[in-house]
Design a protein around this ligand. Structure first.
Ligand SMILES: Cc1ncc(COP(=O)(O)O)c(C=O)c1O
Length: 313
């Protein structure tokens, strides 16, 4: 990942040069993680750059903000325009986009209500999170000693900055032990999710994935994959998934905006299926990329073309 190609950042209503997009060290969010964010991808299509599932991401951003009482001082339309503006000002044809809304500087008591809400949108070119090789099936996963927090502690369905310390602990542990990615179980001992991905398994030609009852972020890629799998004629069961079911699965893969769709080769040294990307994973992956790149007309409604907005924000 590199920020080198990013020249412009949208910050509190205006586009500013990268070097000017700074925040004071006393910002509440820096100390306590009191912010919410989204991660979107913009793909190159024959009609120009297009953002995948922009509406769904904005919906989730506002829902996350509501949980933490963060009043976003812009409408959805304004943020949609701002996202398009950042992409086009940077002249990106494809990129990752990171809107973040957080409490700024006005005191460090734990109640942030008097701190101003700041909104920033970054964009940068970012290849698949787990590496392009992994699209062919070489993600090596370990079950994390860290459990996913449960909804009585913090809401897993909200995408809030401080909540990601749980993910960071899991990733640091996995990488230190030589794995590509972690898998977190929940407090009940069922599979929750990866640090930044949802999980699917394939058994006997059917897909299985869990839902919010298992302490996961309800992924937008997950939802797209459920629809694509259904359109391809596969049954998808949404239910709690046990670790032994993953270990005995024919195929397994992670989904996420950054990760896209990454087949899992092994879990703690045990091969999943024959250790290669399975045929159902490959088919879903193929349709997913056709959808994101505007090559499958069934899914063009998921794409929002990046146009320079008419009015200036
Ligand atoms: C904890 C967590 N789970 C799942 C996902 C996948 O969600 P999405 O497909 O909406 O990117 C993400 C990434 O946003 C995540 O951070």
């Amino acid at each position: 990942m590199s920020f080198e190609q990013t020249k412009w950042v949208w910050m509190n209503g205006t586009v500013v040069p990268w070097a000017k997009a700074t925040v004071h060290v006393s910002a509440h969010a820096l100390h306590y993680g009191s912010g919410v964010f989204e991660g979107l991808r913009c793909y190159e299509t024959k009609d120009g750059p297009a953002i995948f599932r922009l509406d769904a991401h904005l919906e989730r951003l506002y829902a996350s903000a509501k949980v933490y009482d963060i009043e976003i001082p812009y409408s959805r339309e304004e943020l949609a325009d701002a996202i398009c503006r950042v992409i086009s000002r940077n002249e990106f044809t494809s990129c990752y986009v990171r809107p973040i809304c957080f409490y700024g500087s006005n005191g460090l008591g734990l109640d942030p209500r008097n701190c101003p809400v700041q909104v920033v949108i970054l964009a940068w070119p970012w290849g698949p999170y787990l590496g392009s090789e992994e699209l062919e099936g070489s993600v090596r996963v370990t079950v994390s000693p860290w459990l996913k927090f449960q909804s009585q502690m913090m809401p897993p369905t909200a995408k809030a900055c401080g909540q990601y310390l749980n993910s960071i602990l899991a990733v640091r542990d996995a990488v230190t032990r030589g794995y590509d990615e972690a898998l977190l179980l929940n407090a009940q001992g069922y599979i929750a999710e990866g640090p930044g991905e949802n999980l699917f398994i394939v058994r006997d030609g059917r897909l299985h994935t869990n839902d919010e009852s298992q302490s996961i972020l309800m992924g937008i890629t997950r939802e797209a994959v459920i629809e694509i799998a259904g359109d391809l004629g596969y049954q998808v069961e949404t239910r709690a998934v046990r670790l032994d079911e993953l270990l005995n699965a024919d195929e397994a893969f992670f989904t996420g905006t950054a990760t896209e769709l990454a087949p899992i080769r092994e879990v703690d040294g045990r091969s999943i299926g024959n250790g290669n990307r399975g045929p159902i994973t490959r088919k879903i992956q193929k349709t997913f990329f056709a959808a994101t790149q505007g090559r499958d007309l069934r899914y063009v409604h998921w794409l929002h073309l990046v146009m320079e907005p008419a009015h200036t924000l």
